[in-house]
Design a protein around this ligand. Structure first.
Ligand SMILES: [Zn+2]
Length: 353
Protein backbone atom coordinates (compact mmCIF):
# COMPACT_ATOMS: atom_id res chain seq x y z
CA UNK A 1 0.00 0.00 0.00
CA UNK A 2 2.84 2.34 0.84
CA UNK A 3 4.15 2.30 -2.73
CA UNK A 4 0.83 3.96 -3.70
CA UNK A 5 0.87 6.61 -0.97
CA UNK A 6 2.09 9.24 -3.43
CA UNK A 7 -1.26 8.94 -5.27
CA UNK A 8 -2.95 10.44 -2.20
CA UNK A 9 -6.19 8.66 -3.10
CA UNK A 10 -8.19 7.28 -0.17
CA UNK A 11 -9.45 3.77 -0.91
CA UNK A 12 -9.94 2.20 -4.36
CA UNK A 13 -6.56 0.53 -3.84
CA UNK A 14 -7.09 -2.08 -6.57
CA UNK A 15 -7.78 0.62 -9.15
CA UNK A 16 -4.79 2.74 -8.11
CA UNK A 17 -2.51 -0.29 -8.13
CA UNK A 18 -3.66 -1.27 -11.63
CA UNK A 19 -3.14 2.25 -12.93
CA UNK A 20 0.29 2.50 -11.31
CA UNK A 21 1.33 -0.78 -12.97
CA UNK A 22 0.08 0.34 -16.38
CA UNK A 23 1.96 3.57 -15.95
CA UNK A 24 5.18 1.84 -14.93
CA UNK A 25 4.91 -0.41 -17.97
CA UNK A 26 4.03 2.56 -20.20
CA UNK A 27 0.81 0.82 -21.13
CA UNK A 28 -1.78 3.36 -20.09
CA UNK A 29 -5.03 2.93 -22.02
CA UNK A 30 -6.24 5.63 -24.42
CA UNK A 31 -9.49 5.93 -22.57
CA UNK A 32 -10.75 5.09 -19.13
CA UNK A 33 -14.28 5.06 -17.82
CA UNK A 34 -14.55 5.45 -14.04
CA UNK A 35 -17.97 4.49 -12.76
CA UNK A 36 -19.65 4.53 -9.38
CA UNK A 37 -22.17 6.41 -7.24
CA UNK A 38 -21.97 10.15 -6.89
CA UNK A 39 -19.14 11.62 -4.75
CA UNK A 40 -17.33 8.33 -4.44
CA UNK A 41 -13.98 9.62 -5.69
CA UNK A 42 -14.14 9.26 -9.48
CA UNK A 43 -12.92 12.76 -10.33
CA UNK A 44 -10.29 12.57 -7.59
CA UNK A 45 -8.91 9.39 -9.14
CA UNK A 46 -9.15 10.88 -12.65
CA UNK A 47 -7.16 13.90 -11.52
CA UNK A 48 -4.55 11.71 -9.81
CA UNK A 49 -4.19 9.71 -13.04
CA UNK A 50 -3.76 12.93 -15.02
CA UNK A 51 -1.06 13.99 -12.55
CA UNK A 52 0.65 10.62 -12.82
CA UNK A 53 0.68 10.92 -16.62
CA UNK A 54 2.02 14.47 -16.75
CA UNK A 55 4.27 14.38 -13.65
CA UNK A 56 7.92 15.37 -14.03
CA UNK A 57 8.91 14.05 -10.60
CA UNK A 58 10.71 10.86 -9.68
CA UNK A 59 7.63 9.06 -8.31
CA UNK A 60 4.61 10.09 -10.34
CA UNK A 61 2.31 11.55 -9.26
CA UNK A 62 4.74 13.40 -7.00
CA UNK A 63 2.24 16.10 -6.09
CA UNK A 64 4.98 18.71 -6.01
CA UNK A 65 6.18 19.35 -9.55
CA UNK A 66 4.74 22.16 -11.62
CA UNK A 67 2.44 19.82 -13.56
CA UNK A 68 1.06 18.09 -10.44
CA UNK A 69 0.38 21.42 -8.77
CA UNK A 70 -1.32 22.94 -11.79
CA UNK A 71 -3.52 19.90 -12.26
CA UNK A 72 -4.50 19.96 -8.58
CA UNK A 73 -5.71 23.54 -9.07
CA UNK A 74 -7.36 22.86 -12.45
CA UNK A 75 -4.87 25.22 -14.08
CA UNK A 76 -2.90 22.95 -16.39
CA UNK A 77 -3.28 24.00 -20.03
CA UNK A 78 -3.14 20.39 -21.25
CA UNK A 79 -5.57 18.92 -18.72
CA UNK A 80 -9.20 19.90 -18.94
CA UNK A 81 -12.24 18.90 -16.96
CA UNK A 82 -15.43 19.11 -18.99
CA UNK A 83 -18.96 18.75 -17.73
CA UNK A 84 -22.46 19.48 -18.92
CA UNK A 85 -24.11 22.89 -18.98
CA UNK A 86 -27.48 23.76 -17.40
CA UNK A 87 -30.53 22.75 -19.39
CA UNK A 88 -31.37 25.66 -21.70
CA UNK A 89 -27.87 27.15 -21.50
CA UNK A 90 -26.84 28.48 -24.88
CA UNK A 91 -23.35 27.20 -25.49
CA UNK A 92 -21.05 29.74 -27.06
CA UNK A 93 -17.26 29.78 -26.88
CA UNK A 94 -17.22 33.53 -26.31
CA UNK A 95 -20.04 33.68 -23.80
CA UNK A 96 -19.28 33.58 -20.07
CA UNK A 97 -18.85 30.05 -18.73
CA UNK A 98 -21.87 28.33 -17.20
CA UNK A 99 -22.38 28.83 -13.46
CA UNK A 100 -21.05 26.09 -11.18
CA UNK A 101 -23.40 23.23 -10.43
CA UNK A 102 -25.73 24.40 -7.69
CA UNK A 103 -26.28 20.96 -6.18
CA UNK A 104 -25.66 17.29 -6.85
CA UNK A 105 -29.05 16.77 -8.36
CA UNK A 106 -29.03 19.62 -10.81
CA UNK A 107 -29.66 18.22 -14.27
CA UNK A 108 -27.21 19.24 -16.94
CA UNK A 109 -26.54 18.32 -20.53
CA UNK A 110 -23.22 17.67 -22.21
CA UNK A 111 -23.76 19.10 -25.67
CA UNK A 112 -22.28 18.41 -29.06
CA UNK A 113 -20.78 21.92 -29.19
CA UNK A 114 -18.71 21.03 -26.15
CA UNK A 115 -17.60 17.77 -27.74
CA UNK A 116 -16.58 19.66 -30.89
CA UNK A 117 -14.45 22.01 -28.82
CA UNK A 118 -12.86 19.02 -27.11
CA UNK A 119 -12.13 17.48 -30.48
CA UNK A 120 -10.64 20.70 -31.78
CA UNK A 121 -8.47 20.98 -28.70
CA UNK A 122 -7.35 17.37 -28.92
CA UNK A 123 -6.30 17.85 -32.53
CA UNK A 124 -3.50 20.15 -31.38
CA UNK A 125 -0.28 19.02 -29.72
CA UNK A 126 0.11 19.50 -25.97
CA UNK A 127 1.44 22.93 -24.92
CA UNK A 128 3.66 21.90 -22.04
CA UNK A 129 3.24 18.27 -21.17
CA UNK A 130 3.43 14.85 -22.74
CA UNK A 131 -0.29 14.31 -23.09
CA UNK A 132 -3.46 16.20 -23.78
CA UNK A 133 -5.86 14.91 -21.18
CA UNK A 134 -9.61 15.40 -21.20
CA UNK A 135 -11.62 14.46 -18.14
CA UNK A 136 -15.29 14.29 -19.11
CA UNK A 137 -17.34 14.15 -15.93
CA UNK A 138 -20.81 12.65 -15.62
CA UNK A 139 -20.80 11.40 -19.17
CA UNK A 140 -24.35 10.08 -18.63
CA UNK A 141 -25.35 13.71 -19.16
CA UNK A 142 -24.15 13.63 -22.77
CA UNK A 143 -27.12 13.72 -25.10
CA UNK A 144 -27.24 11.22 -27.94
CA UNK A 145 -25.82 13.63 -30.48
CA UNK A 146 -22.86 14.45 -28.25
CA UNK A 147 -22.21 10.82 -27.31
CA UNK A 148 -22.25 9.78 -30.95
CA UNK A 149 -19.88 12.56 -31.90
CA UNK A 150 -17.54 11.55 -29.11
CA UNK A 151 -17.51 7.94 -30.31
CA UNK A 152 -15.35 8.99 -33.24
CA UNK A 153 -12.76 10.39 -30.85
CA UNK A 154 -12.83 7.21 -28.80
CA UNK A 155 -12.35 5.13 -31.91
CA UNK A 156 -9.37 7.05 -33.20
CA UNK A 157 -7.92 9.29 -30.53
CA UNK A 158 -4.84 11.31 -31.47
CA UNK A 159 -1.65 9.60 -30.23
CA UNK A 160 -1.03 12.37 -27.69
CA UNK A 161 -4.54 12.16 -26.19
CA UNK A 162 -5.68 10.45 -23.03
CA UNK A 163 -9.39 10.45 -22.21
CA UNK A 164 -10.94 9.86 -18.82
CA UNK A 165 -14.73 9.62 -18.57
CA UNK A 166 -16.72 9.35 -15.37
CA UNK A 167 -20.30 8.14 -15.08
CA UNK A 168 -22.70 6.80 -12.51
CA UNK A 169 -22.90 3.45 -14.22
CA UNK A 170 -21.57 2.01 -17.49
CA UNK A 171 -25.04 0.70 -18.33
CA UNK A 172 -26.49 4.20 -18.68
CA UNK A 173 -24.08 5.00 -21.52
CA UNK A 174 -24.17 3.85 -25.12
CA UNK A 175 -22.61 0.36 -25.05
CA UNK A 176 -20.22 1.48 -27.78
CA UNK A 177 -18.84 4.16 -25.43
CA UNK A 178 -18.13 1.78 -22.56
CA UNK A 179 -16.68 -0.89 -24.83
CA UNK A 180 -14.04 1.50 -26.10
CA UNK A 181 -12.83 2.40 -22.63
CA UNK A 182 -11.08 0.50 -19.93
CA UNK A 183 -13.77 0.47 -17.26
CA UNK A 184 -12.89 0.84 -13.58
CA UNK A 185 -16.02 0.34 -11.47
CA UNK A 186 -15.42 2.08 -8.15
CA UNK A 187 -17.43 1.05 -5.13
CA UNK A 188 -18.29 2.81 -1.88
CA UNK A 189 -15.46 2.70 0.65
CA UNK A 190 -15.77 0.81 3.93
CA UNK A 191 -17.40 3.12 6.49
CA UNK A 192 -14.42 2.76 8.85
CA UNK A 193 -12.07 3.92 6.11
CA UNK A 194 -14.16 7.04 5.50
CA UNK A 195 -14.27 7.73 9.22
CA UNK A 196 -10.50 7.30 9.60
CA UNK A 197 -9.74 9.50 6.58
CA UNK A 198 -12.02 12.25 7.91
CA UNK A 199 -10.24 12.28 11.25
CA UNK A 200 -6.67 11.89 10.03
CA UNK A 201 -6.66 13.82 6.82
CA UNK A 202 -9.43 16.34 7.13
CA UNK A 203 -9.09 16.82 10.91
CA UNK A 204 -12.79 16.27 11.54
CA UNK A 205 -13.77 15.84 15.16
CA UNK A 206 -14.26 12.07 15.87
CA UNK A 207 -17.95 12.17 16.74
CA UNK A 208 -18.82 14.16 13.62
CA UNK A 209 -16.58 11.89 11.57
CA UNK A 210 -18.50 8.83 12.74
CA UNK A 211 -21.85 10.42 11.86
CA UNK A 212 -20.68 11.68 8.45
CA UNK A 213 -19.04 8.35 7.60
CA UNK A 214 -22.24 6.46 8.42
CA UNK A 215 -24.46 8.92 6.57
CA UNK A 216 -22.13 8.93 3.55
CA UNK A 217 -22.70 5.27 2.80
CA UNK A 218 -19.03 5.06 1.87
CA UNK A 219 -18.99 8.11 -0.38
CA UNK A 220 -15.96 9.94 0.89
CA UNK A 221 -16.50 12.97 -1.35
CA UNK A 222 -19.92 13.55 0.17
CA UNK A 223 -18.56 13.18 3.71
CA UNK A 224 -15.72 15.63 3.08
CA UNK A 225 -18.09 18.16 1.58
CA UNK A 226 -20.54 17.81 4.45
CA UNK A 227 -17.70 18.28 6.95
CA UNK A 228 -16.87 21.62 5.39
CA UNK A 229 -20.42 22.75 4.74
CA UNK A 230 -22.74 22.68 7.72
CA UNK A 231 -25.70 23.51 5.52
CA UNK A 232 -25.70 19.91 4.25
CA UNK A 233 -26.09 18.46 7.75
CA UNK A 234 -28.59 21.17 8.70
CA UNK A 235 -30.73 20.31 5.68
CA UNK A 236 -30.61 16.65 6.61
CA UNK A 237 -31.69 17.56 10.16
CA UNK A 238 -34.62 19.52 8.79
CA UNK A 239 -35.72 16.61 6.62
CA UNK A 240 -35.67 14.25 9.60
CA UNK A 241 -37.52 16.80 11.73
CA UNK A 242 -40.22 16.96 9.05
CA UNK A 243 -40.65 13.19 9.20
CA UNK A 244 -40.86 13.22 13.00
CA UNK A 245 -43.48 15.96 12.73
CA UNK A 246 -45.57 14.05 10.19
CA UNK A 247 -45.62 11.03 12.48
CA UNK A 248 -46.98 13.13 15.34
CA UNK A 249 -49.66 14.81 13.25
CA UNK A 250 -53.24 13.89 12.45
CA UNK A 251 -54.71 13.54 8.96
CA UNK A 252 -55.61 17.17 8.30
CA UNK A 253 -52.21 18.46 9.36
CA UNK A 254 -50.51 15.82 7.27
CA UNK A 255 -52.44 16.80 4.16
CA UNK A 256 -51.51 20.42 4.53
CA UNK A 257 -47.87 19.59 5.28
CA UNK A 258 -47.74 17.40 2.15
CA UNK A 259 -49.03 20.34 0.14
CA UNK A 260 -46.33 22.61 1.54
CA UNK A 261 -43.50 20.16 0.94
CA UNK A 262 -44.68 19.39 -2.59
CA UNK A 263 -44.20 23.02 -3.61
CA UNK A 264 -40.48 22.32 -3.58
CA UNK A 265 -40.77 19.24 -5.76
CA UNK A 266 -37.08 19.34 -6.77
CA UNK A 267 -36.18 18.50 -3.21
CA UNK A 268 -38.54 15.56 -2.80
CA UNK A 269 -36.18 12.82 -4.08
CA UNK A 270 -33.62 13.82 -1.46
CA UNK A 271 -36.29 14.04 1.22
CA UNK A 272 -37.61 10.58 0.49
CA UNK A 273 -34.12 9.12 0.29
CA UNK A 274 -33.38 10.52 3.72
CA UNK A 275 -36.61 9.09 5.09
CA UNK A 276 -35.82 5.67 3.63
CA UNK A 277 -32.48 5.77 5.44
CA UNK A 278 -34.30 6.68 8.62
CA UNK A 279 -36.79 3.83 8.40
CA UNK A 280 -33.96 1.42 7.58
CA UNK A 281 -32.39 2.51 10.86
CA UNK A 282 -35.72 2.02 12.66
CA UNK A 283 -35.84 -1.49 11.19
CA UNK A 284 -32.25 -2.25 12.25
CA UNK A 285 -32.96 -0.98 15.75
CA UNK A 286 -36.20 -2.95 15.90
CA UNK A 287 -34.25 -6.06 14.90
CA UNK A 288 -31.60 -5.46 17.56
CA UNK A 289 -28.97 -4.56 14.95
CA UNK A 290 -28.47 -0.95 16.06
CA UNK A 291 -24.69 -0.94 15.67
CA UNK A 292 -25.20 -0.69 11.89
CA UNK A 293 -27.44 2.40 11.89
CA UNK A 294 -26.49 5.56 9.99
CA UNK A 295 -28.27 8.21 12.05
CA UNK A 296 -26.06 7.75 15.12
CA UNK A 297 -26.86 11.20 16.49
CA UNK A 298 -30.57 10.42 16.92
CA UNK A 299 -30.47 7.06 18.60
CA UNK A 300 -32.99 7.98 21.28
CA UNK A 301 -35.69 8.73 18.75
CA UNK A 302 -34.79 5.61 16.75
CA UNK A 303 -35.17 3.47 19.86
CA UNK A 304 -38.48 5.13 20.69
CA UNK A 305 -39.90 4.51 17.21
CA UNK A 306 -38.46 1.00 17.00
CA UNK A 307 -40.35 0.20 20.17
CA UNK A 308 -43.54 1.96 19.12
CA UNK A 309 -44.03 0.52 15.64
CA UNK A 310 -44.58 -3.07 14.66
CA UNK A 311 -42.36 -4.81 12.13
CA UNK A 312 -45.26 -4.67 9.63
CA UNK A 313 -45.64 -0.92 10.09
CA UNK A 314 -41.93 -0.34 9.61
CA UNK A 315 -41.77 -2.49 6.50
CA UNK A 316 -44.88 -0.82 5.09
CA UNK A 317 -43.34 2.61 5.65
CA UNK A 318 -40.21 1.55 3.77
CA UNK A 319 -42.25 0.15 0.88
CA UNK A 320 -44.57 3.14 0.68
CA UNK A 321 -41.73 5.67 0.65
CA UNK A 322 -39.88 3.67 -1.97
CA UNK A 323 -42.99 3.46 -4.14
CA UNK A 324 -43.60 7.21 -3.81
CA UNK A 325 -40.02 7.97 -4.84
CA UNK A 326 -40.61 5.75 -7.86
CA UNK A 327 -43.92 7.51 -8.77
CA UNK A 328 -42.21 10.88 -8.61
CA UNK A 329 -39.82 9.86 -11.38
CA UNK A 330 -42.89 9.22 -13.55
CA UNK A 331 -44.27 12.72 -13.67
CA UNK A 332 -47.14 12.19 -11.27
CA UNK A 333 -48.73 14.99 -9.25
CA UNK A 334 -46.22 15.47 -6.44
CA UNK A 335 -48.74 16.88 -3.96
CA UNK A 336 -51.12 13.98 -4.45
CA UNK A 337 -48.35 11.39 -4.23
CA UNK A 338 -47.06 12.91 -1.01
CA UNK A 339 -50.53 13.17 0.52
CA UNK A 340 -51.22 9.52 -0.21
CA UNK A 341 -47.91 8.60 1.37
CA UNK A 342 -48.50 10.70 4.47
CA UNK A 343 -51.87 9.08 5.08
CA UNK A 344 -50.26 5.67 4.82
CA UNK A 345 -47.54 6.39 7.38
CA UNK A 346 -48.56 5.10 10.83
CA UNK A 347 -50.91 7.46 12.67
CA UNK A 348 -50.25 8.38 16.26
CA UNK A 349 -53.93 7.77 17.14
CA UNK A 350 -53.63 4.12 16.14
CA UNK A 351 -51.19 3.50 18.89
CA UNK A 352 -52.96 5.37 21.62
CA UNK A 353 -50.70 8.40 21.88
ZN1 LIG B 1 4.58 15.59 -10.17
Amino acid sequence: MDELANWRVVGHEWAVRGLAHSLAADRVAHAYLLTGPHAIGKTTLARALAQALECAGARPPCGECDACRKIARNRHPDVQIIEGVPVGFKFDEKAPPPPPRSNDRERRILKIDQIRLVQHDLSRAPFQARWKIMILRRFEEANEEAANAFLKTLEEPPAHARLILTARDASVLLPTIASRCQVLALRPLPIAQVEQALVERWRVEPQTALLLARLSGGRLGWAVRASANHALLDARGARLDALAAVLREGRAERLSRAGDLAKDSDKLPELLEEWLGWWRDVLLTHNGDAQRIANVDRQDLLREQAARYSLEQIQAALQNIQATAQYLTQNVNARLALQVLFLKLPLATHIGV
